[in-house]
Design a protein around this ligand. Structure first.
Ligand code: COA
Length: 334
Protein backbone atom coordinates (compact mmCIF):
# COMPACT_ATOMS: atom_id res chain seq x y z
CA UNK A 1 0.00 0.00 0.00
CA UNK A 2 3.04 2.24 0.39
CA UNK A 3 2.22 4.03 3.63
CA UNK A 4 5.17 6.36 4.25
CA UNK A 5 6.53 6.62 7.74
CA UNK A 6 5.50 10.25 8.28
CA UNK A 7 2.14 10.10 6.48
CA UNK A 8 -0.91 10.29 8.72
CA UNK A 9 -2.84 7.04 8.62
CA UNK A 10 -6.60 7.23 8.17
CA UNK A 11 -9.18 4.46 8.29
CA UNK A 12 -11.12 3.96 5.07
CA UNK A 13 -14.40 2.18 4.38
CA UNK A 14 -13.18 0.23 1.33
CA UNK A 15 -16.15 -1.99 0.56
CA UNK A 16 -19.61 -3.09 1.53
CA UNK A 17 -21.48 -6.39 1.22
CA UNK A 18 -24.79 -7.79 2.45
CA UNK A 19 -26.94 -10.88 2.43
CA UNK A 20 -30.69 -11.24 2.90
CA UNK A 21 -32.13 -14.73 3.52
CA UNK A 22 -34.39 -15.93 0.73
CA UNK A 23 -37.57 -16.60 2.72
CA UNK A 24 -39.98 -13.63 2.68
CA UNK A 25 -42.48 -12.95 5.49
CA UNK A 26 -44.91 -10.31 4.27
CA UNK A 27 -47.65 -8.38 6.05
CA UNK A 28 -50.35 -10.71 4.70
CA UNK A 29 -48.52 -13.69 6.24
CA UNK A 30 -48.53 -11.79 9.57
CA UNK A 31 -52.29 -11.17 9.23
CA UNK A 32 -52.63 -14.97 9.56
CA UNK A 33 -50.47 -15.06 12.70
CA UNK A 34 -51.58 -12.07 14.86
CA UNK A 35 -54.42 -9.55 14.93
CA UNK A 36 -53.06 -6.99 12.50
CA UNK A 37 -53.47 -5.75 8.95
CA UNK A 38 -51.17 -4.89 6.07
CA UNK A 39 -52.68 -1.40 6.12
CA UNK A 40 -51.89 -0.85 9.84
CA UNK A 41 -48.31 -2.08 9.50
CA UNK A 42 -47.59 0.02 6.41
CA UNK A 43 -49.16 3.14 7.89
CA UNK A 44 -47.35 2.88 11.25
CA UNK A 45 -43.98 1.52 10.08
CA UNK A 46 -43.64 1.58 6.27
CA UNK A 47 -42.70 -2.12 6.35
CA UNK A 48 -44.13 -4.40 3.64
CA UNK A 49 -42.01 -7.51 4.16
CA UNK A 50 -38.97 -8.88 5.96
CA UNK A 51 -36.62 -11.86 5.43
CA UNK A 52 -36.45 -14.91 7.68
CA UNK A 53 -33.43 -17.23 7.90
CA UNK A 54 -33.85 -21.00 7.63
CA UNK A 55 -33.73 -22.98 10.85
CA UNK A 56 -30.21 -24.25 10.08
CA UNK A 57 -29.00 -20.83 8.92
CA UNK A 58 -27.22 -19.05 11.78
CA UNK A 59 -26.17 -15.44 12.32
CA UNK A 60 -22.59 -16.43 11.39
CA UNK A 61 -23.83 -17.84 8.05
CA UNK A 62 -25.53 -14.54 7.20
CA UNK A 63 -22.36 -12.70 8.23
CA UNK A 64 -20.12 -14.97 6.15
CA UNK A 65 -22.17 -14.45 2.98
CA UNK A 66 -22.02 -10.67 3.43
CA UNK A 67 -18.29 -10.84 4.26
CA UNK A 68 -17.41 -12.78 1.11
CA UNK A 69 -18.87 -9.95 -0.97
CA UNK A 70 -17.14 -7.25 1.06
CA UNK A 71 -13.75 -9.01 0.81
CA UNK A 72 -14.09 -9.48 -2.94
CA UNK A 73 -15.14 -5.86 -3.48
CA UNK A 74 -12.21 -4.59 -1.38
CA UNK A 75 -9.88 -6.45 -3.75
CA UNK A 76 -7.98 -8.12 -0.92
CA UNK A 77 -7.30 -11.70 0.07
CA UNK A 78 -8.96 -12.98 3.26
CA UNK A 79 -5.40 -13.69 4.52
CA UNK A 80 -4.71 -9.94 4.59
CA UNK A 81 -7.46 -9.38 7.20
CA UNK A 82 -5.91 -8.80 10.62
CA UNK A 83 -9.04 -8.53 12.81
CA UNK A 84 -12.68 -9.63 12.66
CA UNK A 85 -15.29 -7.77 14.72
CA UNK A 86 -18.96 -8.74 14.67
CA UNK A 87 -21.86 -6.69 15.99
CA UNK A 88 -24.88 -8.80 16.89
CA UNK A 89 -27.59 -9.21 19.51
CA UNK A 90 -28.39 -12.71 18.23
CA UNK A 91 -25.02 -14.53 18.45
CA UNK A 92 -24.82 -18.21 17.42
CA UNK A 93 -23.95 -19.05 21.04
CA UNK A 94 -24.66 -17.22 24.28
CA UNK A 95 -21.38 -15.41 25.00
CA UNK A 96 -18.93 -18.02 23.65
CA UNK A 97 -17.57 -18.78 21.20
CA UNK A 98 -17.98 -15.31 19.71
CA UNK A 99 -19.82 -15.20 16.38
CA UNK A 100 -16.79 -13.30 15.02
CA UNK A 101 -14.59 -16.38 15.77
CA UNK A 102 -17.02 -18.60 13.87
CA UNK A 103 -17.16 -16.18 10.94
CA UNK A 104 -13.35 -15.99 10.83
CA UNK A 105 -13.11 -19.79 10.88
CA UNK A 106 -15.70 -20.21 8.10
CA UNK A 107 -13.75 -17.68 6.00
CA UNK A 108 -10.41 -19.41 6.68
CA UNK A 109 -9.03 -16.39 8.55
CA UNK A 110 -6.57 -17.65 11.17
CA UNK A 111 -4.49 -16.28 14.01
CA UNK A 112 -6.10 -12.86 14.23
CA UNK A 113 -8.14 -11.11 16.89
CA UNK A 114 -11.88 -11.87 16.61
CA UNK A 115 -14.61 -10.71 18.99
CA UNK A 116 -18.26 -9.64 19.21
CA UNK A 117 -19.74 -6.30 20.21
CA UNK A 118 -23.16 -6.03 21.84
CA UNK A 119 -24.66 -2.62 21.05
CA UNK A 120 -27.98 -3.69 19.50
CA UNK A 121 -29.04 -1.66 16.44
CA UNK A 122 -26.08 0.71 16.89
CA UNK A 123 -23.65 -2.21 16.69
CA UNK A 124 -22.35 -1.58 13.18
CA UNK A 125 -21.40 2.04 13.98
CA UNK A 126 -19.78 0.85 17.24
CA UNK A 127 -17.61 -1.72 15.40
CA UNK A 128 -16.73 0.87 12.74
CA UNK A 129 -15.54 3.15 15.57
CA UNK A 130 -13.38 0.37 17.05
CA UNK A 131 -11.94 -0.51 13.62
CA UNK A 132 -11.17 3.16 12.92
CA UNK A 133 -9.33 3.49 16.23
CA UNK A 134 -7.31 0.29 15.71
CA UNK A 135 -6.26 1.36 12.23
CA UNK A 136 -5.41 4.96 13.11
CA UNK A 137 -3.24 3.63 15.97
CA UNK A 138 -1.16 1.83 13.33
CA UNK A 139 -1.74 -1.60 14.90
CA UNK A 140 -4.02 -2.97 12.14
CA UNK A 141 -4.32 -2.63 8.35
CA UNK A 142 -7.44 -4.47 7.15
CA UNK A 143 -10.34 -5.14 9.50
CA UNK A 144 -13.48 -7.07 8.61
CA UNK A 145 -16.50 -5.61 10.39
CA UNK A 146 -19.80 -7.46 10.37
CA UNK A 147 -23.35 -6.69 11.50
CA UNK A 148 -25.53 -9.81 11.37
CA UNK A 149 -28.76 -10.85 13.04
CA UNK A 150 -31.18 -13.75 13.22
CA UNK A 151 -33.85 -11.78 15.05
CA UNK A 152 -36.54 -14.30 14.14
CA UNK A 153 -34.98 -16.43 16.90
CA UNK A 154 -35.81 -13.92 19.65
CA UNK A 155 -39.05 -12.42 18.34
CA UNK A 156 -42.40 -13.56 19.76
CA UNK A 157 -44.67 -14.25 16.78
CA UNK A 158 -47.69 -13.90 19.09
CA UNK A 159 -46.79 -10.29 19.97
CA UNK A 160 -48.13 -7.93 17.30
CA UNK A 161 -46.26 -4.99 18.83
CA UNK A 162 -42.86 -6.47 17.91
CA UNK A 163 -43.17 -9.31 15.37
CA UNK A 164 -44.19 -6.93 12.59
CA UNK A 165 -40.96 -4.96 12.91
CA UNK A 166 -37.99 -7.29 12.81
CA UNK A 167 -36.20 -9.36 10.15
CA UNK A 168 -32.98 -11.32 9.56
CA UNK A 169 -29.93 -10.38 7.52
CA UNK A 170 -26.22 -9.67 7.41
CA UNK A 171 -23.91 -6.88 6.31
CA UNK A 172 -20.14 -6.47 6.25
CA UNK A 173 -17.40 -4.01 5.33
CA UNK A 174 -13.63 -3.87 5.05
CA UNK A 175 -11.97 -0.99 6.89
CA UNK A 176 -8.40 -0.43 5.67
CA UNK A 177 -5.49 1.91 6.33
CA UNK A 178 -4.98 4.74 3.85
CA UNK A 179 -3.12 8.02 3.56
CA UNK A 180 -5.88 9.53 1.40
CA UNK A 181 -7.97 11.92 3.50
CA UNK A 182 -10.60 12.09 0.74
CA UNK A 183 -11.27 8.36 1.29
CA UNK A 184 -11.27 8.47 5.09
CA UNK A 185 -13.80 7.89 7.81
CA UNK A 186 -13.96 11.52 8.89
CA UNK A 187 -15.61 11.19 12.29
CA UNK A 188 -17.70 8.81 14.39
CA UNK A 189 -19.48 9.55 17.64
CA UNK A 190 -21.10 6.85 19.74
CA UNK A 191 -22.84 6.92 23.09
CA UNK A 192 -25.16 5.03 25.45
CA UNK A 193 -27.56 5.47 28.37
CA UNK A 194 -28.37 2.35 30.39
CA UNK A 195 -31.13 4.15 32.31
CA UNK A 196 -33.36 3.23 29.35
CA UNK A 197 -32.33 -0.45 29.26
CA UNK A 198 -35.80 -1.65 30.35
CA UNK A 199 -37.54 -0.22 27.26
CA UNK A 200 -35.98 -2.67 24.80
CA UNK A 201 -34.63 -6.04 25.93
CA UNK A 202 -33.87 -9.57 24.77
CA UNK A 203 -34.27 -12.55 27.18
CA UNK A 204 -32.40 -12.31 30.46
CA UNK A 205 -29.19 -14.26 30.83
CA UNK A 206 -29.69 -17.60 32.55
CA UNK A 207 -26.37 -17.06 34.32
CA UNK A 208 -27.70 -14.27 36.52
CA UNK A 209 -31.41 -15.13 36.55
CA UNK A 210 -31.43 -18.94 36.50
CA UNK A 211 -34.10 -19.18 39.23
CA UNK A 212 -36.06 -16.12 38.20
CA UNK A 213 -39.51 -17.05 36.93
CA UNK A 214 -39.68 -13.73 35.15
CA UNK A 215 -36.77 -14.62 32.88
CA UNK A 216 -37.96 -13.28 29.57
CA UNK A 217 -38.36 -15.67 26.69
CA UNK A 218 -38.54 -13.16 23.86
CA UNK A 219 -37.59 -9.65 22.85
CA UNK A 220 -39.65 -7.08 24.79
CA UNK A 221 -40.21 -3.47 23.74
CA UNK A 222 -42.13 -0.40 24.85
CA UNK A 223 -42.63 0.70 21.23
CA UNK A 224 -44.22 4.09 21.71
CA UNK A 225 -41.65 5.31 24.25
CA UNK A 226 -38.77 3.98 22.12
CA UNK A 227 -40.22 5.79 19.11
CA UNK A 228 -40.21 9.23 20.75
CA UNK A 229 -36.71 8.94 22.23
CA UNK A 230 -35.35 7.53 18.94
CA UNK A 231 -36.56 10.52 16.90
CA UNK A 232 -35.08 13.03 19.36
CA UNK A 233 -31.76 11.23 19.79
CA UNK A 234 -31.23 10.50 16.09
CA UNK A 235 -31.92 14.15 15.20
CA UNK A 236 -29.68 15.65 17.90
CA UNK A 237 -26.87 13.24 17.07
CA UNK A 238 -26.79 14.34 13.43
CA UNK A 239 -26.92 18.05 14.32
CA UNK A 240 -23.97 17.53 16.68
CA UNK A 241 -21.70 15.62 14.28
CA UNK A 242 -22.38 18.03 11.40
CA UNK A 243 -21.68 21.09 13.58
CA UNK A 244 -18.56 19.54 15.08
CA UNK A 245 -17.11 18.93 11.61
CA UNK A 246 -18.30 22.21 10.04
CA UNK A 247 -20.38 20.35 7.45
CA UNK A 248 -23.74 21.53 6.06
CA UNK A 249 -26.48 18.97 5.45
CA UNK A 250 -26.43 20.02 1.77
CA UNK A 251 -22.87 18.59 1.50
CA UNK A 252 -24.04 15.07 2.37
CA UNK A 253 -24.34 12.79 -0.68
CA UNK A 254 -26.13 9.91 1.09
CA UNK A 255 -28.03 9.86 4.38
CA UNK A 256 -28.15 6.25 5.63
CA UNK A 257 -30.21 6.02 8.83
CA UNK A 258 -30.97 2.91 10.88
CA UNK A 259 -33.95 1.24 9.22
CA UNK A 260 -36.35 0.82 12.16
CA UNK A 261 -39.51 2.59 11.08
CA UNK A 262 -40.33 4.77 8.06
CA UNK A 263 -41.99 7.36 10.31
CA UNK A 264 -38.84 7.69 12.46
CA UNK A 265 -36.68 8.12 9.34
CA UNK A 266 -39.09 10.68 7.86
CA UNK A 267 -39.26 12.70 11.09
CA UNK A 268 -35.45 12.91 11.29
CA UNK A 269 -35.05 13.57 7.55
CA UNK A 270 -37.56 16.42 7.59
CA UNK A 271 -36.06 18.05 10.72
CA UNK A 272 -32.61 17.97 9.11
CA UNK A 273 -33.81 18.96 5.66
CA UNK A 274 -32.30 16.02 3.77
CA UNK A 275 -33.87 15.48 0.34
CA UNK A 276 -35.72 12.17 -0.12
CA UNK A 277 -33.49 11.20 -3.05
CA UNK A 278 -30.38 11.37 -0.83
CA UNK A 279 -31.97 9.23 1.91
CA UNK A 280 -31.49 5.47 1.67
CA UNK A 281 -34.65 3.56 2.52
CA UNK A 282 -34.85 -0.24 2.79
CA UNK A 283 -37.15 -0.68 5.80
CA UNK A 284 -40.06 -1.54 3.47
CA UNK A 285 -38.15 -4.63 2.17
CA UNK A 286 -36.25 -5.89 5.21
CA UNK A 287 -37.88 -4.39 8.33
CA UNK A 288 -35.53 -3.71 11.24
CA UNK A 289 -32.48 -6.00 11.04
CA UNK A 290 -30.72 -4.31 13.98
CA UNK A 291 -26.90 -4.42 13.58
CA UNK A 292 -27.32 -5.50 9.94
CA UNK A 293 -29.63 -2.62 9.08
CA UNK A 294 -27.03 0.07 8.22
CA UNK A 295 -24.73 -2.14 6.07
CA UNK A 296 -27.71 -3.76 4.31
CA UNK A 297 -29.07 -0.31 3.47
CA UNK A 298 -25.68 0.91 2.26
CA UNK A 299 -25.24 -2.23 0.16
CA UNK A 300 -28.59 -1.64 -1.51
CA UNK A 301 -27.56 1.88 -2.55
CA UNK A 302 -24.12 0.65 -3.61
CA UNK A 303 -25.53 -2.13 -5.79
CA UNK A 304 -27.92 0.37 -7.37
CA UNK A 305 -24.80 2.29 -8.48
CA UNK A 306 -25.59 5.30 -6.31
CA UNK A 307 -22.49 5.33 -4.09
CA UNK A 308 -19.22 6.42 -5.73
CA UNK A 309 -15.64 6.78 -4.51
CA UNK A 310 -15.26 9.95 -2.40
CA UNK A 311 -19.01 10.40 -1.77
CA UNK A 312 -19.77 11.75 1.70
CA UNK A 313 -22.08 9.43 3.65
CA UNK A 314 -23.82 10.23 6.91
CA UNK A 315 -24.83 7.24 9.05
CA UNK A 316 -27.21 7.63 12.00
CA UNK A 317 -28.33 4.88 14.34
CA UNK A 318 -30.16 4.15 17.58
CA UNK A 319 -30.94 0.96 19.51
CA UNK A 320 -31.40 -1.01 22.72
CA UNK A 321 -29.22 -0.07 25.65
CA UNK A 322 -30.04 2.66 24.74
CA UNK A 323 -27.12 3.07 22.37
CA UNK A 324 -26.74 5.51 19.50
CA UNK A 325 -24.18 6.83 17.07
CA UNK A 326 -23.47 8.68 13.86
CA UNK A 327 -20.63 8.69 11.36
CA UNK A 328 -19.34 10.91 8.55
CA UNK A 329 -17.57 8.77 5.97
CA UNK A 330 -15.96 9.45 2.58
CA UNK A 331 -16.48 6.19 0.70
CA UNK A 332 -13.06 4.71 -0.05
CA UNK A 333 -14.20 1.91 -2.35
CA UNK A 334 -14.57 1.61 -6.09
N1 COA B 1 -51.54 -4.21 14.40
C1 COA B 1 -52.64 -3.58 14.81
N2 COA B 1 -52.69 -2.87 15.95
C2 COA B 1 -51.57 -2.80 16.69
C3 COA B 1 -50.39 -3.46 16.32
C4 COA B 1 -50.41 -4.18 15.13
N3 COA B 1 -49.32 -4.84 14.67
N4 COA B 1 -49.44 -3.21 17.26
C5 COA B 1 -50.02 -2.43 18.18
N5 COA B 1 -51.29 -2.20 17.85
C6 COA B 1 -52.28 -1.39 18.58
C7 COA B 1 -51.98 -1.27 20.05
O1 COA B 1 -52.44 -2.39 20.77
C8 COA B 1 -52.73 0.00 20.40
O2 COA B 1 -54.08 -0.32 20.57
P1 COA B 1 -54.98 0.44 21.67
O3 COA B 1 -54.94 1.87 21.29
O4 COA B 1 -56.30 -0.21 21.52
O5 COA B 1 -54.29 0.16 22.97
C9 COA B 1 -52.60 0.85 19.14
O6 COA B 1 -52.25 -0.06 18.07
C10 COA B 1 -51.53 1.92 19.24
O7 COA B 1 -50.35 1.35 19.81
P2 COA B 1 -48.99 2.14 19.88
O8 COA B 1 -47.95 1.24 20.49
O9 COA B 1 -49.23 3.46 20.53
O10 COA B 1 -48.71 2.37 18.31
P3 COA B 1 -47.58 3.17 17.63
O11 COA B 1 -48.13 4.18 16.69
O12 COA B 1 -46.56 3.67 18.62
O13 COA B 1 -46.87 2.08 16.73
C11 COA B 1 -44.88 0.75 16.78
C12 COA B 1 -46.27 0.94 17.34
C13 COA B 1 -44.24 -0.43 17.49
C14 COA B 1 -44.97 0.49 15.29
C15 COA B 1 -44.06 2.06 17.03
O14 COA B 1 -44.22 2.46 18.36
C16 COA B 1 -42.60 1.92 16.74
O15 COA B 1 -42.20 1.67 15.63
N6 COA B 1 -41.74 2.15 17.76
C17 COA B 1 -40.32 2.14 17.61
C18 COA B 1 -39.84 0.75 17.58
C19 COA B 1 -38.42 0.66 17.19
O16 COA B 1 -37.99 1.31 16.29
N7 COA B 1 -37.69 -0.18 17.90
C20 COA B 1 -36.34 -0.47 17.61
C21 COA B 1 -35.51 0.69 17.94
S1 COA B 1 -33.94 0.37 17.30
Amino acid sequence: MGVLQNDKIYASLKSIGAYAPLKVLNNFDLEQMVETTDEWIQKRTGIQERRIANEDELTSDLGVKASLLAIERAGIDAKEIDAVICATLTPDYLCMPATACIIASKLGIKDVMAFDVSAACSGFIYVMYIAKSLIESGLHKNILIVGAEKLSGVVDYNDRGTCILFGDGGGAAIISATTEKKEAILDIQISADGDYAHLLMTPRSRVTHSNDEKTLEYLQMAGNEVFKIAVKTLTNDVIEILEKNGIQSSQIDHFIPHQANYRIIEAVREKLNFPVEKTVLTVQKYGNTSAASIPMAMNEAYEAGKIKNGDLILFDTFGGGFTWGSALVYFGGK
